[in-house]
Each structure stands twice: as C-alpha cells, then as structure tokens.
Design a protein around this ligand. Sequence first.
Ligand code: NAD
Length: 276
Amino acid sequence: MSTNINLDHSKHSSTFNITNRVALITGASSGIGKGIAKLLAREGAIVIIADIDEAQGKEVASKIAAKEGIADFIKLDVADEASWINTYESIADRYQSLNILVNNAGIAFGGSVTEVSLEDWRRLMAVNLDGVFLGTKYAIPLMQKSGGGSIVNVSSASGIVGSPTAAAYCASKGGVRLFTKAVALECAYAKNNIRVNSVHPGPVATPMFERGPTWGDFVKQMGGIEEAWKKIAESTPLNRLAEPEEIANAVLFLASDLSSYITGSEIIIDGGFTAQ
Ligand code: NAD
C-alpha cells in the first residue's frame, strides 16, 4: 500500500452517502470488480483494490485516482488465510476502519462432473468459497470497531439455478449464496450493524471466460469467438451480455444506507435468465 491519500473527500456530495467510507473490493484488477471499484470511488468511497494481479491492480488504482476518486492497491490471495490477515492489518493501520467489503474475486471453468479433477474442484472452492469465508471472518471484527458495515458477496445466476456444464462452479456459487444468508442472520442477532447480501450476475463480458480451461473448446465448437459470445448472450431473455457497471449499480445500492433494511437478501442481475 503506497499511494498517499487525502482523507478529506468531504466536497463530494453523493446520493448514496458512501463518502469517505473505506471499501475493500477483491478481484478488482479486472472485469466486474474493476467496474465496482470505479463506481464506489466515483461515489466518494476510499477504494482498496485487492487482487493477486499486482500490475493490473496498480494500473486500475492509479487510473481511478486520476479520474474517479481515491483508490489504493493491496496484493491479496483470497484463498490464503495469512494474506487476508496481512490485508486487514494494513487496512487497520492505514485507515483505522473498514465499512464496505465486496467479496468479488472468483474463477470459473465448465466441464462434466465426471471429468473435473479433485485438484481443480479444490482450487475453485479455495478461491470462490474459502475466499468469501476468510474475507468475511476477518472483516467482521474490524467492521464492528468501525460501527458496522456492509458485506456484498458476488455469487452468480449459477448460484441460483444449476447448469448442466458447470457443476463445480454452481456448487461454489450456491455455497456463497447460503453462506451470505447465514452470516447475515448471525450479524443481525449479534446487533453489530453489519448487513450481508449477495448479488447474482448473469453473463458479463469479462476476461473470466477466456481464463477458464474449457473456453478454447467452446469457441471451437461455436465456430469462432464472436459466435461463442453470441451464444452466451442468447441464453438471456434480454439477449445481451451485462456490462460490469450494471452489476456495480446493484453493489453500490447494497453497500449504501439506501439498503439499510436489506440483509440476507439477494439481487439477481441476469437479463431475465433465472426467470425462465
Ligand atoms: P475476471 O476474471 O475478469 O476478474 C476476476 C479477478 O479476480 C481477476 O482480477 C483475478 O486476478 C482475481 N482473482 C482470481 N483469483 C484470485 C485470488 N486467489 N485472490 C485474489 N484475486 C483473485 O472475472 P469477473 O467476470 O470480473 O468475475 C468477478 C466475479 O463475478 C467472480 O466471482 C465471478 O464468479 C462472478 N461472476 C462473473 C460472471 C461473468 O459472466 N463474468 C457471471 C456471474 C458471476
């Protein structure tokens, strides 16, 4: 964490009232997380981009600092407990508080359950599910000291309904959905002023697809990249992919006090996919 920051951001007036709130967003070097980081910074939050991809993350942070608002980068592997402990120690030292946590980092791959290796299954669970557990576990004490907060977990439409080609991914995202509800109840009964909700995006055009080991085969099967994206878009009633900003809008709402009576809940942003 190296950027010098000016905590007096009081000139910014925001409908969402998240000015000067400290917001940690995992996996914000790319895709949806980057969109969330930009929007929260534009709304006045002090944004901390946490990712394993240091080069991209630093670039995103400096672009946000030049345009949208206040941003910092910290290197974090969400699957690694020690990395989380270091992250929160740095945040406590530097900002003394944590108000918003967006557990967004995730990986995806498809493939038949009979072909997925135990190693790949465990890696997926380590990032998508252990990452959300660890981030939440260590955020709560710091949020409590900060007077409360909002945790938003990025699940998926594939955490609501099953997919015949992505059993492991569905299991991880379904886990995130119910983990969210259980922790929301725990926090509500603890009266610690921490709300916990999940968002469930449908397909968003991000590098996540291309990073998956089965993307190449899918593209081949569809007859080209454009056809592959078209096929994915066609799976949604709105017949298009989402922009990262459209997911970020829901996260902003859940992060802000406009959603003050919403906890243990979920917002589905999927172009109608799960309504079918
Ligand atoms: P992306 O690949 O563009 O971005 C994911 C980011 O997470 C990357 O910056 C990557 O470096 C980071 N990351 C991966 N492993 C990490 C780790 N161990 N520790 C820290 N950071 C790590 O993907 P995206 O599409 O922006 O996905 C963001 C989230 O949205 C994921 O949880 C994904 O499952 C979910 N999601 C995506 C879609 C979609 O269609 N793109 C749909 C539904 C849900």
